[in-house]
Design a protein around this ligand. Structure first.
Ligand code: ATP
Length: 354
């Protein structure tokens, strides 16, 4: 069990600043996601927590103890890689026993422990098979098994499902989350896949260019994106942005787009300048009762819903509407937006206005 506190953590590779003064807390037992595009610094952050990379500055506390300069072997953290390094010539049992034998655990205890973990993972029947011939999913289970047998304080996982095909990946993601719920060990998980992060995580840190854009629950991040980057990175299709110039007073509950007024959550601070009106596709309504019109450019059928692409006076947007709702290409339709779900952003800084 472990609480992990990250304070002003920074990593430079020569002149290049890969991680910029990051701070966040991972609570005991949490399934914690580090999410962001390739090169954003998530793996480097994970490797610093695990002790595989030395921070340039900042602190890492595990259960109150500062461990930033301690070697990985003294942190009691298990690392599960994407390219799980198993010993191909050994069978499953030997692969799983190896970390315990090298710790000097008595043989009978090793056997017991491996049997217990194999039961949890549902791999008892392959214990005597060589890992060379196993399927991707079974190899992944064995790699997890090898990490779990040690009873580490926490697990670090770097895109552990990245090598699996899409269907199996989803299945393993569910299995991994269920396993976590049974064991309750703090887990830090790196992914660039926003769906995986939303489905599996208790909390998510969204990173971009070495900076933390937002830290919160999946719902917080989806419903209240702190930046335009987060609003675009999370959600598929991403949040729509309509650009406008406005002058808003503190307490404002409306904005004007091309002469039409739209409701929004109350603004706390006054704001003047280049702004962005953000609305998720599922909160765009096609309605005859609105004079704010858009031309249908395309429709994409997705089963129960459809994605309708529209050209409005303030830019292109996508609406997710029930399939079967008429929307013919070339037609001009009225558009409404659910006021409670609107996010305004400052166009220059990209930050949400509250
Ligand atoms: P990916 O998913 O592609 O691994 P990431 O978000 O995990 O991306 P990192 O691997 O943390 O990103 O890398 C962050 C940045 O630091 C990248 O620009 C990368 O090229 C750089 N970087 C990482 N390790 C080193 C290193 N040892 N030396 C120099 N630059 C490095």
């Amino acid at each position: 069990m472990a609480e992990i506190v990250i304070k002003d953590l920074r990593k430079d590779f020569g002149d290049f600043n890969a991680v910029k003064a990051s701070s966040f807390t991972i609570e005991d037992g949490e399934f914690f996601m580090l999410l962001g595009p390739s090169g954003c610094g998530k793996t480097t952050t994970l490797r610093m927590i695990a002790g595989l990379e030395l921070p340039t500055s900042g602190e890492i506390y595990i259960d109150g103890e500062e461990v930033g300069r301690k070697p990985a072997s003294e942190r009691d953290i298990a690392f599960v890689f994407q390219m799980f390094a198993l010993y191909p010539h050994m069978n499953v049992r030997k692969n799983m026993s190896y970390p315990l034998i090298s710790q000097g655990m008595p043989k009978a205890r090793v056997k017991e422990k491996v049997a217990e973990v194999a039961r949890i993972l549902g791999i008892e029947d392959i214990l005597n098979r060589p890992v060379g011939g196993l399927s991707g999913g079974d190899r992944q289970r064995v790699a997890l098994g090898r990490a779990i047998v040690r009873d580490p304080k926490a697990f670090m996982m770097d895109e552990p499902l990245g090598a699996l095909d899409a269907e199996f990946r989803e299945h393993m993601a569910e299995e991994l989350r269920a396993l976590h719920d049974r064991m309750g060990a703090t887990t830090v998980y790196v992914t660039h896949d926003q769906l995986e992060a939303m489905q599996m995580g208790d909390k998510i840190v969204v990173m971009n260019h070495g900076v933390i854009e937002q830290f919160g629950t999946p719902q917080d991040i989806y419903d209240k994106p702190a930046t335009m980057f987060v609003a675009e990175f999370i959600g598929s299709p991403p949040m729509n942005f309509l650009r406008f110039h406005g002058s808003l007073e503190a307490g404002a509950t409306e904005v004007t787009l091309s002469g039409h007024r739209f409701g929004m959550p109350q603004l706390r601070e006054p704001k003047d300048g280049d702004l962005v009106f953000g609305v998720r596709p599922e909160h765009v309504e096609l309605t005859d009762s609105s004079d704010y019109r858009g031309e249908v450019l395309a429709t994409e059928y997705l089963g129960t819903t459809q994605i309708v692409t529209l050209d409005t006076p303030d830019g292109q947007i996508k609406a997710r509407t029930p399939s079967g709702q008429p929307a013919r290409v070339g037609e001009r339709v009225g558009l409404g937006f659910n006021p409670a779900t609107i996010t305004l952003f400052d166009r220059q800084s990209g930050r949400a206005l509250r």
